[in-house]
Design a protein around this ligand. Structure first.
Ligand code: PFF
Length: 454
């Protein structure tokens, strides 16, 4: 059995919460959440998403953090140690590769956001309208130099944070960036709420039209709950491995779920009040942020400043998530190959850059390179987010519930946590039922659906 070097750890609970929250709040909360809410009926969809977060998101987050904290190693070593076989280790490797692949195309979209921030600073949106917004977005995203260039620049920013390690890099930067993100978000929410007919946006978010919920919508809500908490891709296991043995896991994870949910809702309020105030549609899909919002900003007082703030918000959120998707690979190289952090960071980010290039070109040069009418970006993002993320979460549940056994796992929640569980037996029942039964069954449903069987 390999003996690992003493690993770095978070400096404080607040440090862990900032880093885990930084991972959770990203393009998923700011770019994807508003448009899937917009396409799936508003409030009823949000309610469903909240139920999934409580029912399985929170318990699986605790499960992943617990796996990492107990094993004190990357997801590969953690699965192998707790599963007591190299085959479980291979499943851990799958989760690391999933996070790595996600980091490759995540950086492409984040690069667009960075590019849009620069355009906002240049004032390019000041006279944009319905027709020009679409052609503007198409001309930028189809430009190879623009897409690959910003993908590269974004990764350089992330690598420069990861270079400094867990405390001085991830933790220190997250502790600055998350409060900044909150301030910018609150400014946008206040602005949104004070716009004429902002109530239309609020009404949309609070509408409980359950007839608008389709079976596909249910699965999208479930997938969103996984993706937003960065589950199933090695990230939370790795972040858990930097958590000290004395920390209370449920108490450290609860604020992450709560604040992430609050931030998604606030983003929804900001986006929908702004979009509805201009009498535009909220169901434009993935281009909601790239087309619809710039049109609104162009018509608003202080629109240029607000568009700059908005894209700063998205870029900060994307940086703290991207670094968390790359960290499992880095931690694997450090643990298993004895690489220095610098060498591991350079290899991981260069790899993400190279693998991300076909994704960056999928909207221009490689547009016609399609399989079943889907381009490279569509295929790689579909399979990693819809198949491998739920699979990774399923592996963690199976490991804890059926290999390690819930009772044994509980003992490793450590002294303070055991006191917490004994004082709240309802918590242990909730955790057990969720991880052992509900999560596994729901994940199987997702997979069968994705494969077209259900
Ligand atoms: N939770 C992030 C978001 O909602 O944008 C996405 C994410 C982070 C995905 C980290 C993957 C990952 F490893």
């Amino acid at each position: 059995m390999k003996l690992y070097k003493q690993r770095e750890s978070w400096n404080s609970r607040i440090g862990f919460i900032s880093a885990a929250l930084g991972s959770a709040v990203g393009l998923g909360s700011i770019w994807r959440f508003p448009y899937v809410v917009g396409q799936n009926g508003g409030g009823a969809f949000i309610l469903l998403y909240l139920i999934f977060l409580a029912l399985i998101g929170f318990p699986i987050l605790i499960t992943e953090i617990l796996i990492g904290r107990t094993a004190q190693s990357s997801p590969y070593g953690a699965f192998r140690t707790i599963g007591k076989s190299k085959y479980w280790g291979y499943l851990g490797k799958v989760t690391i590769i999933t996070g790595f692949i996600i980091s490759s195309f995540y950086s492409v979209i984040a690069g667009w956001m960075l590019g849009y921030l620069i355009e906002a600073i240049k004032g390019s949106f000041s006279s944009i309208d319905g027709n020009s917004a679409l052609s503007y977005f198409n001309s930028l995203s189809s430009s190879s130099i623009w897409s690959v260039g910003y993908h590269f620049l974004f990764l350089v920013i992330c690598a420069s944070i990861l270079f400094f390690g867990v405390r001085k890099g991830i933790e220190a930067k997250s502790k600055i960036m998350m409060p900044l993100l909150m301030i910018v978000l609150l400014i946008l929410v206040v602005k949104g709420l004070t716009l004429p007919s902002s109530s239309k946006g609020l009404k949309f978010m609070l509408s409980l039209n359950f007839k608008d919920i389709t079976p596909a919508g249910v699965l999208i809500a479930l997938g969103q709950a996984f993706f937003t908490l960065s589950l199933g891709q090695g990230t939370m296991i790795t972040y858990g491995s930097y958590l000290s043995k004395g920390e209370d896991i449920p108490k450290s994870c609860f604020p992450v779920v709560l604040l992430n949910t609050l931030i998604s809702i606030l983003v929804g309020i900001a986006v929908f009040t702004i979009v509805f105030s201009a009498d535009l549609n909220a169901n434009s899909g993935p281009t909601l942020i790239f087309e619809t919002l710039p049109i609104v900003f162009s018509k608003m007082a202080f629109g240029r400043l607000l568009s700059i703030l908005f894209f700063i918000l998205v870029v900060i959120a994307a940086i703290t998530s991207e670094i968390s998707a790359l960290e499992p690979v880095i931690s694997y190289f450090i643990d298993e190959k004895d690489y220095s952090r610098h060498k591991a960071t350079i290899i991981a980010s260069t790899g993400a850059f190279l693998i991300g290039i076909p994704s960056a070109l999928s909207f221009g040069l490689l547009k016609n390179f399609t399989i079943f009418k889907s381009n490279f970006f569509d295929i790689i993002s579909f399979f990693s987010v819809n198949v491998f993320v739920p699979l990774g979460a399923l592996f963690a549940c199976l490991l804890v519930a059926y290999r390690w056994k819930i009772k044994k796992a509980f003992e490793h929640l450590k002294v303070k946590d055991i006191a917490f569980i004994h004082s709240k037996p309802i918590f242990s029942v909730y955790f057990k039922i969720s991880v052992k039964y509900i999560a596994s069954v729901l994940i199987l449903f997702i997979l069968l659906n994705v494969l077209g069987i259900f």
